[in-house]
Design a protein around this ligand. Sequence first.
Ligand code: APR
Ligand code: MG
Length: 230
Amino acid sequence: MSLKCYFLIGYQMANGQLSRAEALACSGCRHACHVMLYSDTKSQLFGRIPIRHIILMQMRFDGMLGFPGGFVNQSQESLEAGLCRELEEEVGVALSISEDDHMDAQHAPGTSPSSPRLITHFYVKKLEEEQIREVEKASVSTATDHGQEVLGMVRVPLYTTKGGGGLSSFLSHTFIGNARSQLVNSLLRLHLVAPEDLRKALKHSLKMHARSAVDVQAVLELTEAEREQS
Ligand code: APR
Ligand code: MG
């Protein structure tokens, strides 16, 4: 068994997650597959802040951030074939994703008792920077879902600016399902961000979140005051 397998099994047991095989053994479950596409980069923001890695996420139709992918038709296709079909629709390119790219699976939170249980599978695929740029171009040109189910691809800022922005602000947005923890776990597991930097970003993210709540409250009060006047 490879080192990666030992590491993965240990991680999955510690987090109550399912292996690909365990997930597929669930009869009556629906499956959705999403992937984190990423590359290394030597480019710098403002010519001085190393960007280090390009990680792609998307702004979804529901206004939440998530990874590309979607529901798999299990009677007609394998998990990976379903994911590749979803990628063609959402990012407009044919990418080969294999079982080796499968990172984890887990029961989706908040599934209603009357609907079939949803298992979300998460894959990670490293590309060359040039391929990532091609994906970004295709996502606005050839992807059929652009402007509908997908409002746009976004890169995840991994740096922290002097004002504390960057990763912390990004993490304070709203994510679909467990996409935020999938992102954070991947940053740690793939050593894309140092654990201490990630911890600081998350702590700052909490503060930003609280500030956002105050901001939303202020806008709501303003809107209500205007409505009463009109
Ligand atoms: N973690 C957990 N759950 C997720 C994640 C994630 N990272 N990303 C998406 N989901 C959930 C979504 O809430 C959804 O229920 O997985 C399910 C399928 O993912 P989508 O990417 O939304 O599916 P897709 O096939 O691309 O979209 C088709 O799904 O959400 C509906 O009606 C909507 O028309 C849309 C349809
Ligand atoms: Mg989708």
